[in-house]
Design a protein around this ligand. Structure first.
Ligand SMILES: C[S@@+](CC[C@H](N)C(=O)[O-])C[C@H]1O[C@@H](n2cnc3c(N)ncnc32)[C@H](O)[C@@H]1O
Length: 230
């Protein structure tokens, strides 16, 4: 894989995602890792939480999966946390390798983001988006996940995408206080998935109350994790 300088988040010296197969990786880890397709067969609503919005690739993967199945009756709430929201032009560059696979979804998302970005304020920002009939309540917490974790419990998240860079590059986002807040903001029966199976991530998640198990990782990565609030 050729790593281009622009693939790296300079704040953490780490990649946003794999340029080669980022979409497949996102689907394997976050969509399948949370059994999203099985859970939404009945329609209804789905609340996703995410630590680390980055370019929005995980969000786009979710919309693509919902659009590909007959899931248009599902109502999506997507609550994501990001300390360094990216300029629309930077997102366009970073997501360009997926332009063909994402097609209209990407074009529409870029318009939505370009509208939201200039007015972003610290704390929660809310927007209503519609992707070919899929209604989305999009919510972005602009700020440090540590600050979010100190807020009173407000969320009722069904499934978490924990994607805040690798724990050796960014241990703060896997801290016990943030993992406890993730637990507190999850419904009973809710789940999480993460690309890393590091002990420094599993430990605070278990201490918070999640049941954590390992699963085969994507590509060359040996393991990933899934969690359940039972
Ligand atoms: C691996 S990237 C996320 C990739 C992303 N899910 C995507 O689809 O592009 C991790 C993200 O977490 C953000 N981040 C790291 N530490 C954070 C913190 N303490 N609070 C909020 N966001 C943080 C980074 O700025 C970065 O955008």
């Amino acid at each position: 894989m050729i790593i281009q300088h622009s693939d790296i988040n300079p704040e953490y010296g780490d990649l946003y995602f794999s340029r080669e197969n980022g979409l497949e990786e996102s689907e394997y880890i976050f969509i399948d890792g949370n059994s999203i397709k099985e859970r939404i067969k009945e329609g209804g609503s789905l609340h996703i939480g995410e630590t680390g919005f980055g370019t929005g690739l995980n969000f786009l993967t979710l919309i693509k999966v919902l659009g590909a199945g007959d899931f248009s009756r599902v109502r999506v709430k997507y609550s994501s946390i990001e300390l360094y929201p990216l300029e629309p032009e930077r997102i366009r560059q970073l997501l360009s390798p997926f332009a063909e696979s994402l097609g209209d979804i990407l074009a529409h998302y870029e318009l939505c983001w370009a509208e939201l970005f200039p007015g972003l304020k610290a704390g929660w920002n809310e927007s209503r988006w519609n992707f070919k009939g899929i209604e989305v309540d999009f919510r972005l917490f602009y700020g440090d996940a540590q600050d979010w974790s100190r807020e009173e419990k407000t969320e009722e998240v069904d499934a978490w995408f924990l994607d805040g860079h690798s724990p050796d590059k960014n241990p703060e986002i896997w801290s016990a206080s943030i993992m406890k807040a993730v637990y507190n903001n999850t419904v009973t029966g809710g789940t999480l998935a993460s690309f890393t199976a590091s002990g420094t991530v599993k430990r605070p998640l278990r201490e918070a109350g999640f049941t954590i198990k390992r699963k085969k990782g994507f590509g060359r990565k040996r393991h990933m994790i899934q969690g359940l609030k039972s």
